[in-house]
Design a protein around this ligand. Structure first.
Ligand code: SF4
Length: 350
């Protein structure tokens, strides 16, 4: 099979000790069976350190020291890489921040927005979205209708090319994409997988935004970072002022467009498995709306909207949503049962 990744992934290198929110802090790291076996075979002082710092049991993991991985040294560098080599990392550490999805003959992937260096690369990408392919030995998964896969692959290309257009404004392009998603969903619901959904231009919906209810909806999610709840309350308290600020900045438009494409590339094609794509496209629109409000809040606080700051804010948002399957599920459900997450409100916020 082949593996397809966005071209910008080639630029990713972990910035390790320079990282402000290191992924080796604050998480339980499970060790895959073959790495666990290998770690048992390591001899000498380092072998003993591995033995001391790995929990036994069905699912071995590193025993955290406070919040830190025991092999993250004082310089915030990984002692496993330093002592044994990068190829001896366990699967999770080797993959992070990459994500993958398996289809019949293709494995797709990318780098996740919840890593600050990946976020900087994604947001700052000045090229039109493209992918590259490499060979891969993994087994595929074909638990879906081929014709649905064909239709959704076509629809995803249409959506990405709409987002990549330089006109109309991003808000209207996202409006067109959201409405297109409803057309695609109606074909899916009627099992018309062989039909070609028609791409059309739609004006953005115009209603007064309910920013406060939109922001308050995020209180329903399980907080991941210790600072998030305080930040969320702060931004909720600024709801009225946020309504009065506009961001007129081409660079920010580029960042938000790249975020929109990221969410579509990562989540849309999962629809072949559950035959539902509206919540996946709405996740993109909700994420753009929320991150844009976070940028407005930064402006209100006198912060510059440079790439560095904008990618850190996007990373913070991603950590609270994409890091948790449960939180993603809650957002998908709110698309259907929370009026603040209706497309009219989201589009008017964007
Ligand atoms: S979050 Fe990203 S840049 Fe930071 S340590 Fe992890 S992989 Fe490296």
């Amino acid at each position: 099979m082949i593996m397809k990744m966005p071209s910008y992934c080639k630029n990713f290198r972990c910035i390790a000790s320079k990282c402000k929110d290191n992924c080796c802090i604050g998480w339980e790291i499970s060790i895959d069976p073959s790495s666990a076996e290998y770690y048992k075979s390591v001899s000498g002082e380092f072998g003993k350190a591995l033995e001391r710092n790995i929990s036994c049991g069905d699912e071995p993991s590193f025993i955290l020291q406070g919040e830190r991985c025991p092999f993250l040294n004082k310089e915030n560098l990984c002692d496993i890489i330093i002592t044994l080599g990068e190829d001896k990392l366990c699967q999770i550490c080797r993959d992070h921040p990459r994500y993958f999805e398996w289809f019949a003959d293709i494995k797709e992937g990318g780098i996740g927005l919840s890593c600050e260096e990946a976020a900087r690369i994604i947001l700052g990408n000045k090229e039109t979205f493209s992918t590259y392919e490499t060979d891969c030995d993994d087994a595929g998964c074909d638990d879906y209708e081929d014709s649905l896969y064909e239709m959704l692959t076509f629809a995803r290309d249409e959506i990405i090319s709409t987002l990549e257009n330089s006109s109309p404004p991003l808000k209207e392009r996202i409006g067109a994409v959201v409405n297109y998603a409803f057309e695609v969903q109606s074909l899916i619901d009627n099992y018309q997988f062989d039909k070609t959904p028609v791409k059309a231009q739609y004006p953005a919906e115009k209603t007064a935004p309910d920013i406060r209810s939109f922001l308050e909806s995020f209180s329903n999610l399980e907080p991941i970072d210790n600072n998030w709840q305080k930040y969320l309350q702060n931004i909720i308290d600024s709801s009225e002022s946020l309504n009065e600020i506009s961001i007129d900045n081409n660079k920010v438009d580029l960042y938000l467009k790249n975020i929109a494409v990221y969410f579509i590339w990562r989540y849309f094609l999962k629809g072949v498995y559950d035959e539902e794509i509206i919540s996946k496209v709405m996740l993109m629109a909700i994420s753009v709306a929320m991150i844009k409000l976070m940028y407005k809040k930064a402006l209100l606080s006198g912060e510059a909207l440079a790439l560095e700051n904008c990618s850190l804010l996007a990373k913070n948002y991603s950590k609270e949503t994409e890091y948790s399957e449960e939180n993603l599920e809650k957002i998908y459900n709110m698309v259907y049962d929370n009026p603040a997450f209706r497309k009219e409100n989201i589009l008017s916020i964007i």
